[in-house]
Design a protein around this ligand. Sequence first.
Ligand SMILES: C[S@@+](CC[C@H](N)C(=O)[O-])C[C@H]1O[C@@H](n2cnc3c(N)ncnc32)[C@H](O)[C@@H]1O
Length: 345
Amino acid sequence: MTTASKVEQSKPPVVQLRELAFSAACAAAVRAATRLGVADALDDVPLSAEELAAATGAEPRALTRLLRALCCFGIFAEEEGGFAHTEMSRLLREDAPNSLRYIVLWCTEPWTWQAWGSLDDAVRSGRSVFKDLYGKEFFEYLHGEAAESAQVFNLAMTHSSRQSAQDFAHATDLAGASTVVDIGGGQGHVLAELLQKYPNLRGTLLELPEVVANADPRLRPGGELADRATLLAGDCRRAVPVQADVYVIKNILEWDDDSTRRTLRNVVGAARPGARVLVVENLVDDSPSMRFTTAMDLMLLLNVGGAKHTRASMSARMTEAGLEITDVRPVNGYLHVFESLVSQG
Ligand SMILES: C[S@@+](CC[C@H](N)C(=O)[O-])C[C@H]1O[C@@H](n2cnc3c(N)ncnc32)[C@H](O)[C@@H]1O
């Protein structure tokens, strides 16, 4: 345990709760610093608030207040020469190797602030509040009316899915398989990694039309993997019109149960008996970062009426769809893969 977290835990409960009730200020401050580009303007040498303000187009005294608020959380540090980076603030830089810039923006997009205010309604009904607030389902709104949020979502997914795609491809043995389909595979990082790992494998990315159009350049016409890749625009809740040896479903079965059931039913309906189905999810009862996973779980309730799964709930959805689970194992520090086969009978 770090010294900082020991200090936090030794605060009286009244202080801790009062601070927690103001968590939105922290999230807003991280978002503001990210949008202003403070971390990008700062390098190894500390800079004064005036210098940072000039570099980011901010008002110096207001920027000082923002940075002091963030320093309380270990995001930037105030030193004699001005404000300096900490390990956390460096992650806000766009060029950081493991940058969290777009995840931070995604977690604090404008629609999230309105949706959090209706969390009690969502808990009363057990349903998404998105349509009541915006008149449309979440992804319809995102792609139809919130171009900037959609772009942030794509970039956030790109950053996090690139790393996890490599982890997944590294941990997955597809020797003997000729075809794979990645359902709701985002820009196709998993597919690209798998095609790169197995030179004789052919693959399909099934995604919403808006997403397919921005697929990984390696998969698009002219790309190095394009001759073995098919980009298929569709809705997996309506149909999975692909036969393959292996079906990958990574981080999409977190929406409402009906969509999960329909998607799994469509996969089982399309697949040959004995085909492999690999479901990859963050589990809400088995994660080293429970605060993040449970927060994501609540956000899913708000926007798509969804939920992060427990080991038991994911297993139940797969079994009732006609899948025989053969193994559940970690892929990396935050994802598990459920390995299964389409029932023979
Ligand atoms: C959280 S992202 C996961 C992306 C990717 N599988 C990964 O792990 O990086 C969920 C994806 O599901 C896609 N999606 C949402 N609804 C869909 C639908 N009805 N049919 C196909 N894909 C869908 C979204 O476009 C988005 O790319």
